[in-house]
Design a protein around this ligand. Structure first.
Ligand code: PBG
Length: 316
């Protein structure tokens, strides 16, 4: 077995898995104001960006040949009804318009969820202390339509309400956006690895947790049911999230379904590598490339990752 491992030129010749900038999607956080570039403590090198700064970041993503960006919004104010999520002049809607104006051929994906917009931090409408599934669907559908109207190329629901893909598809079609694809966070687990993101998006729930809607980590078959339902409801791309702790789910989804498959290397996965590297305990670049290639090898076509820029620079 060692003959073909002897030199990099030979290893390269027989390499089974490849990583391309076009397979990477960069998550970005947009906030109100002008000239704002506020570093996120638990995610070094990532920022809350005002729209003008976001546009610069998107131009860079385009230059690097990234597959696209996914936008998360931090609104001016939050309320019980998540009104900032579906307002036509909401923060994400304004950001999408600006980016599509300045960098028209960059793929802009929008995260469709309520947790950044509700005063309680849950992903849906709270009725009698619980997240009401069907009432939340209306908000999600309205948000997706407002993003499409602003020019989003793809909408990505991450809330984990049942039936939301069908509700969003129906609403998009009715509003004149039959060509806007849906990337669904189909198998999204109630994971500890979202910790740093909740600082970035200011979206930690004020009471309870997300276990009544996000998946229970020990379950694998259930993930396949979630994915199957989302495809039936009209999802064009399905996602598994987080990535590295759920490589088995990525592999099973790849073997079972033929739609494009995405995986999200989430904030905690990113921050662990960065923190260990800062301590001199691990090599940052090699850990980045090894984990990204592992996610690809498991079967993901696309990877959402905070390393997108750095990996693309290394690959070019
Ligand atoms: C919104 C959402 C979350 C993430 C993506 N979309 C947070 C959550 O569910 O609490 C996490 C992404 C990351 O950790 O990088 N619902």
């Amino acid at each position: 077995m060692r003959r073909l491992r002897a030199r990099e030129s030979l290893r390269r010749l027989v390499r089974e898995t490849h990583l391309e900038p076009s397979q990477l999607i960069l998550p970005l956080f947009v906030c109100p104001g002008e000239g704002v570039r506020r570093e996120i403590g638990a995610m070094p090198g990532n920022y809350q960006l005002s729209v003008d700064e976001l546009v610069k970041e998107c131009a860079e993503a385009r230059r690097l040949g990234l597959g696209g960006v996914i936008l998360f919004g931090i609104p001016e104010s939050k309320d019980e009804m998540a009104s900032g999520a579906y307002a036509d002049d909401g923060i994400v809607q304004r950001a999408v318009r600006a980016v599509k104006q300045e960098v028209p051929d960059l793929v802009v994906i929008t995260d469709v969820c309520n947790c950044e917009y509700t005063s309680h931090g849950h992903c849906g409408k709270v009725v009698n202390g619980e997240v009401d599934n069907d009432a939340t669907l209306e908000w999600l559908a309205a948000t997706a339509v407002s993003h499409a109207r602003a020019g989003a190329d793809i909408v990505a629901p991450s809330d984990m309400m049942d039936g939301r893909v069908a509700a969003i598809r129906r609403a998009l079609d009715a509003a004149g956006f039959p060509h806007t694809p849906i990337l669904s966070y189909a198998a999204k687990y109630a994971s500890v690895f979202y910790g740093p993101f909740r600082e970035a998006a200011e979206s930690a729930p004020r009471f309870g947790d997300r276990r009544s809607y996000q998946m229970d980590p020990p379950n694998a078959r259930e993930a396949l049911r979630e994915i199957e339902l989302d495809i039936e409801e009209g999802a064009d791309i399905v996602m598994v999230k987080p990535a590295l702790p759920y490589l088995d789910i990525i592999r099973q989804a790849r073997d079972r379904f033929d739609v494009p498959l995405a995986a999200y290397q989430v904030s905690g996965e990113f921050s662990m590598i960065v923190a260990a590297a800062r301590n001199g305990w691990i090599d940052r670049e090699r850990a980045m490339m090894e984990t990204l290639l592992a996610i690809r090898r498991a079967g993901a076509d696309l990877i959402l990752t905070y390393f997108a820029r750095e990996a693309a620079r290394l690959l070019s």
